[in-house]
Ligand binder design. Sequence first.
Ligand code: KG4
Ligand code: ZN
Length: 340
Amino acid sequence: MKILGIETSCDETCAAVVEDGRRVLSNVVASQVDIHRKYGGVVPEIASRAHIESLVPVVAEALQIAAAPAADLQAVAAVHRPGLIGSLLVGLTAAKTLAWLRGVPLLAVNHIEAHIYAACLERDPCAPGPFPCVSLIVSGGHTSLYHSTGPLEHRLVGATTDDAAGEAFDKVAALLDLGYPGGPVIDRTAERGNPRAVDFPRPWLGRESLDFSFSGLKTAVLYHVRGKGAGAKRRATRLSAEETADVAAGFQEAVVEVLVGKTLRAAEALGVDRVLVGGGVAANRRLRGRLQADAHAAGLEVFIPPMAYCTDNAAMVAGLAYHLLRAGRTAELDLGARAG
Ligand code: KG4
Ligand code: ZN
């Protein structure tokens, strides 16, 4: 069963064809990073307009790569929440139009649930899946822990009280003049730094808390960069390349330690022996390595999607849509998009 998925919740125009919820036949992503770079972040109105321009060619390319003419599609899926409302509407409206034209079901996918499902893509159908597990979702807009008992069953057990992890990466990269988007550039810069050169705080929020807070850590980086830390003099010169790499590595280490620590804490509290990670920050190499190592040491099984399915993509959307279809959870053509 082939399903076309469409994802336009933020600044990537994505379309993919996935067979039977697992086999990715195509996965096309048109990034708007170059358009938003000069503003240092995503400008919602510009994002919606860019989606309008890119969507038809992106869908055509996804169908062509998959060698799947529109007549072969059994359903059409789009993300309807959460995200930028104008951007969501572009993809959702296109999916409704195609579904109506072809006379096939429309499926409405939750972006966060799709990030969780990314860990199921391209897996051997005979291999055990990740559920039940603890799912850590770390993206530009979310940092959350879920108790996931199936592709469509997720209970929130922890969330950020302020910045999302990806947002913290983006803001710290801006403070360090490293450019946009911040996650990948901090990942690369940190490789040259010493994670122990600067001692940044680890926001644990108490022994049992499963919530996150990155604003204090971000402020600690700001003070360090500007030389306003306790007892420090205001810095007269900019950080050297070496100091910048040390700050990037120290910040990344603090974030990763807390993300991994709380994921393992949640697994213990919920009595599950599997953990999963998804979302753009799951592309971070230090997070992938540390989660792998610490979870194995704790006797847990780890599910980490390939890099291409961590950042926003439509394969995760078409994949999860298969389960919505099997559950009979199709959407009506008057369905609206939701920011939250
Ligand atoms: O899931 P995603 O593509 O979009 C949202 O749903 O928000 O996540 C984007 C976020 C951005 O904040 C970006 O800086 C971060 O993921 N990111 C990374 C890496 N690659 C992307 N953060 C850390 N390390 C990376 N390698
Ligand atoms: Zn995302």
